[in-house]
Design a protein around this ligand. Structure first.
Ligand code: ZN
Ligand code: ZN
Length: 184
């Protein structure tokens, strides 16, 4: 679908303000950014770099956000990770289940990746049969959702400024304050 055919279901007025003034400590409703995609866009598809692992998502994604925590920085080698939440039960692993590996921090979710090529794919609280978080970069095409917030900006990399894109920023994760440096 051409970019001009996509419409934002939620219009957000971008206000150029500093990150400090955007910082939100108390829970507040997040604007969910959705992009209209063709009805036949479902199921969404994705996979890892070596193609050993392939998956599908059979329901529209719920929400997406940036995570600037140190774990995401180390896991990805970048300044932040973009993760989308899937409806429980909507994700199917088509192949490569035997290639999936996970790292489970004591105080965090399981982080699943391809054991052959190292691509980050999911985060879960149970097992990889029911992923609840999908790394946005793993999708083959536009997954139809946009990040709605930035979490763990207190841990943001000093070498990449937080962009002034109007998204609400949270020092840690919404609704709770974990130990310093911890994240999703
Ligand atoms: Zn792979
Ligand atoms: Zn994180």
């Amino acid at each position: 679908m051409a970019a001009e055919d996509r419409t934002l279901a939620c219009t957000v007025v971008a206000v150029r303000v500093s990150v400090a003034s955007r910082l939100q400590i108390l829970p507040a409703p997040l604007k969910i950014w959705r992009v209209s995609i063709d009805g036949d866009a479902l199921p969404l598809s994705g996979g890892c770099n070596c193609e050993a692992v392939r998956f599908e998502v059979h329901a529209p994604l719920v929400v997406a956000h940036y995570c600037h925590c140190r774990r995401c920085q180390r896991r990805t080698g970048t300044a932040a990770s973009i993760n989308a939440r899937a409806v429980p039960g909507s994700v199917r692993i088509l192949r490569g289940r035997e290639q999936l590996r996970a790292w489970k921090p004591e105080d965090g979710r399981e982080k699943w990746f391809c054991g052959a090529c190292g691509s980050s794919l999911f985060s879960t609280t149970t097992d990889f049969g029911d992923p609840i978080g999908i790394r946005m970069g793993a999708f083959d095409a536009d997954p139809g959702i946009r990040p709605s917030a930035r979490f763990f900006v207190a841990c943001a990399a000093p070498w990449e400024p937080i962009p002034e894109d109007g998204l609400p920023c949270f020092a840690a994760k919404r609704r709770r304050v974990p130990a310093a440096g911890a994240g999703t």
